[in-house]
Structure formats: structure tokens, C-alpha cells
Ligand binder design. Structure first.
Ligand code: IMP
Ligand code: MG
Length: 174
């Protein structure tokens, strides 16, 4: 893709700045709690790596892979667990981290899944929120940026498994 045609939506320094603010809030809210950061692969790996380095609290990190998209831009509505939570999370205060909430189907599924596994509390944290696309009544507890109904890639987000390595978020246009 021609670099010049990339329509940057959120640049690197804005992401960095906003993550610091959100991480500070998380640090404050999880004082004295048993924080377990559950990062949803693959989309949130970069966001998680940057976020946890700004959280000044003792925490554990685990990764889970879910899939509902395949190679489509629209959710199929069915969430599959491709890689399960690697730890016993009983009694932990779980913070589910994802790249984006779109329909809300993925986050809603994971929140219920975590509750069923005996977590003390479950909250959600996303880099991006597309509230206009919501199919379920769900609001992220922590969100870095709200965006309009556009398909975006970069900073972990992909199209056809490409562009995750781009350090900023841009509008995907075919
Ligand atoms: P939801 O289940 O519809 O909320 O979708 C959540 C998942 O869809 C995210 O974890 C992303 O992997 C993917 N997704 C949703 N919107 C976008 C987008 O604009 N770009 C890339 N991936 C997206
Ligand atoms: Mg995802």
C-alpha cells in the first residue's frame, strides 16, 4: 500500500499520551487488588505491552485468543475460544484488554467467560470504541479513544492479518 495514501486517524504520540492517562486511572483503581490483565490476541498485543508498562501496580498477565471474524470485516456473531486463559483466575480482579469494541459481542462473551471462572471482578479496557456499531448494551470501563464507524488498522489491528505492525491507527480504504 502506498504510504502517502494512509489516512492517519490516531498518531503515535497521541496513543502514548492517552495510554499514560488511562494507565494512571487503572493504577489508582486497582490499588490493593489482585490484578490479572487478560489480553485478547492477536489484536491487543501491542496495546497491552504499552499499557502494562504504564501501570504501577503488581499484576499478572495472561493471553487468550478468541475469534469471530475470520477474514471478514463484519462479526459472524459467534465467538470461539482458540486459546484458553492459561491460569486459574479464581479470586483475581480481571481486566480484559482488547484492541477495539465494535458490536460488543467479543467483549461480552469474554466477560461472561471470566465470571464463570470465578474471578472476583471483571472490567474491560480497550484502545478504541466504536459505540455506533454496538449490538449489545455494553460500555468499556476504560477506553482510550472513541471513533466513528470506520474500519481501522495498525497498532495491533489488522486487515487480512496485515498492518498490525504499523505504529499508528489509520483508516482502512481498499
Ligand atoms: P466485536 O466482537 O464486534 O466487538 O469485535 C471485536 C473484534 O473485532 C476486535 O477485537 C477486532 O479484532 C475486530 N475489529 C472490529 N472492528 C475492527 C476494525 O475497525 N479494524 C480491525 N479489527 C476490528
Ligand atoms: Mg480481536
Amino acid at each position: 500500500m502506498d504510504e502517502n495514501k494512509r489516512n492517519v486517524l490516531i498518531d503515535e504520540s497521541s496513543i502514548k499520551e492517552r495510554i499514560k492517562i488511562v494507565a494512571k486511572e487503572i493504577t489508582k483503581d486497582y490499588k490493593g487488588k489482585k490484578l490479572y490483565v487478560l489480553s485478547l490476541l492477536r489484536g491487543s498485543f501491542i496495546f497491552t505491552a504499552d499499557l502494562v508498562r504504564e501501570i504501577d501496580e503488581k499484576l499478572k498477565i495472561g493471553f487468550m485468543t478468541t475469534s469471530s471474524y475470520g477474514h471478514n470485516e463484519e462479526s459472524s456473531g459467534i465467538v470461539k475460544v482458540l486459546n484458553d486463559i492459561p491460569d486459574d483466575i479464581t479470586g483475581y480482579d480481571v481486566l480484559v484488554v482488547d484492541d477495539i469494541i465494535d458490536s460488543g459481542i467479543t467483549m461480552n462473551f469474554v466477560i461472561n467467560y471470566v465470571k464463570e471462572r470465578g474471578a472476583s471482578s471483571v472490567k474491560s479496557c480497550v484502545l478504541l470504541d466504536k459505540p455506533s456499531r454496538r449490538k449489545l448494551d455494553l460500555k468499556p470501563d476504560y477506553c482510550c479513544f472513541e471513533i466513528d464507524d470506520v474500519f481501522v488498522v495498525g497498532y495491533g489491528l489488522n486487515y487480512g492479518d496485515h498492518y498490525r505492525n504499523v505504529p499508528y491507527v489509520f483508516n482502512w480504504e481498499k
